[in-house]
Design a protein around this ligand. Structure first.
Ligand SMILES: [Ca+2]
Length: 183
């Protein structure tokens, strides 16, 4: 069974990058034990092996909480599958797959379900570090996060692309954190 890859782990501010063994095969993150958080992370282009609704982006069989997290563009298995109810308050997430959203509902707790985050191509920072998926113009993840979540540990107002949070991304002169790893 697929398990969490080295780059698709549920830690703060990380971008879930495709894990590609040979031959190319993408793999999901699996939440299966004690309480695990995903905060300001982007999970994209990950897959589950073994059929539909297995949890291509994330599979939770334990205690998981998602905040300010993007899960999208899973080629197979669905974006987010949870065999149990999520734990705690799950808010300000954007999950593209409305059929597999770990039970989250569009509009509840500021979650955006069934909407496209409009991710750019996987980008490697010039100064090194993990690659990230940028948010392109028109993304509903821009300025849609929760500032208190961004300010608190473990995010500490940092972003995967090195830009301090929050920034005004929609030009309304109000600086609000973006959902996901990118700001
Ligand atoms: Ca912003």
């Amino acid at each position: 069974m697929p398990i969490c890859s080295g780059t698709s782990r549920p830690t703060r501010g990380t971008t879930a990058t495709p894990f590609q063994p040979t031959p190319a095969r993408l793999i999901r993150a699996q939440f299966s034990k004690t309480w695990q958080y995903s905060t300001n992370a982007t999970f994209a282009r990950n897959s589950a092996i073994g059929g539909s609704a297995q949890g291509g982006g994330i599979r939770n069989d334990g205690q998981a909480t998602f905040r300010n997290t993007i899960i999208a563009n899973s080629p197979s298995g669905g974006d987010c599958v949870s065999t149990v109810a999520l734990s705690g308050t799950n808010s300000h997430n954007l999950i593209k797959d409305n059929m597999n959203a770990c039970g989250l509902v569009n509009g509840a707790n500021s979650n955006k379900i069934g909407l496209d985050p409009v991710l750019g191509t996987l980008t490697s920072p010039s100064g090194g570090g993990p690659p990230y998926f940028p948010l392109l113009s028109g993304s509903l993840a821009i300025d849609a996060g929760n500032n208190a979540t961004c300010a608190a540990a473990p995010v500490n107002n940092q972003s995967q692309n090195g830009v301090p949070r929050p920034q005004d991304g929609d030009g309304d002169r109000v600086a609000v954190c973006d959902i996901g790893a990118y700001e």
